[in-house]
Design a protein around this ligand. Structure first.
Ligand SMILES: [Zn+2]
Length: 60
């Protein structure tokens, strides 16, 4: 499990809190290379899908 507080949630690269952005929706760091790209959108979709699955499983 990567540490999402210091790594870009899209590519997993270590981020620099001084220079890199946060994704405001999830409060996760995203590096400048990934910010605003299709890869970032895809990573967000996967996060949302993972959360939805978690909710379904939690009901059983
Ligand atoms: Zn990145």
């Amino acid at each position: 499990m990567p540490d999402f507080s210091t790594r870009c949630f899209v590519c997993g690269k270590e981020t620099d809190p001084q220079n890199d952005k946060m994704n405001k929706q999830f409060n996760l760091p995203v590096c400048r290379e990934c910010e605003g790209t299709d890869r970032e959108k895809k990573a967000i979709e996967e996060l949302l899908e993972g959360m939805a699955e978690g909710f379904v499983c939690g009901c059983i």
